[in-house]
Ligand binder design. Structure first.
Ligand code: PEP
Length: 252
């Protein structure tokens, strides 16, 4: 049985005060108890990691973990502006997003670079959350499966068996931040497709890896999405900024 994982991605939003208030609220609720077999994480912007890490470690519920929104593909050295996986590990990050569509599109990240980032994360014991997904044009021209399969194939080729220690996140680009959530059936169909593709490579990896859905998830659609057999939780953008909405999704 794969656990349900719910991860909040704040993107370049929030403030130090907003992080404090959010963690106060979420930890207080989590200390009262959360459904078993679920894992939760917050990925705030880099500058807030230190503060969030201290606050989360003081929370008596072990349910909430910390994650980062990106990581360098390099181990260290002269790479101005980059943050290494070892640095994230120092701040108790358990997860790191790689290959978010905003980074693929706005920062020209290739599948190879994304896999190299995932390898750096794995080397430091972090779980990379590898994002894949098609654009609206690609879906409308009937190429959604082909595009996602190609993205997943590159990760399989480079990460091989180490994929089992990662999470995948299917995030259709047309659903991110648009309010146009994929129907539970559309999401399930793509998750199934990804799992079948992984099974062609390694049945063990396919049955163990968590595949999250991301794209306009809110409490009112999370119940149906998380109820699908191949959907193992969600990557939540906008809705994660509100602690009560995030908690409601975590319980969905
Ligand atoms: C995301 O940025 O990963 C995301 C899923 O955003 P939203 O939930 O706002 O669509």
């Amino acid at each position: 049985m794969r656990p349900i994982t719910v991860i909040g991605n704040w993107k370049m939003n929030g403030s130090k005060a907003a992080c404090r208030q959010w963690i106060d609220t979420v930890c207080a609720e989590m200390e009262k108890g959360m459904p078993a077999g679920r894992r939760f994480a917050l990925c705030p912007p880099y500058p807030y990691l230190s503060d969030c890490s201290q606050q989360i470690s003081a929370c008596s519920s072990a349910s909430l973990a910390l994650g980062a929104q990106d990581v360098s593909a390099e181990m260290g050295g002269a790479f101005t502006g980059e943050v290494s996986a070892a640095m994230l590990h120092e701040f108790d990050c358990k997860y790191v997003l790689v290959g978010h569509s905003e980074r693929r599109d706005r920062f020209n990240e290739s599948d190879r670079l994304i896999a190299e980032k995932a390898l750096q994360a794995l080397d430091q014991g972090l779980t990379p959350v590898i994002c894949v997904g098609e654009t609206a044009d690609e879906r409308n021209s009937g190429r959604a499966v082909e595009v996602v399969r190609a993205q997943v194939a590159r990760q399989i080729a480079i990460l091989q068996d180490r994929l089992v220690d990662s999470l995948l996140a299917y995030e259709p680009v047309w659903a991110i931040g648009t309010g146009k959530v994929a129907s539970a059936q559309i999401a399930q169909d793509m998750h199934r497709e990804i799992r079948l593709q992984l099974a062609e490579f390694n049945a063990d990896v396919a049955s163990h890896i968590g595949i999250l859905y991301g794209g306009s998830v809110k409490f009112d659609n999370a119940v149906e999405l998380f109820g699908m057999p191949d959907i193992d939780g969600g990557l939540i953008g906008g809705a994660s900024l509100d602690p009560q909405e995030f908690l409601a999704i975590c319980r969905a």
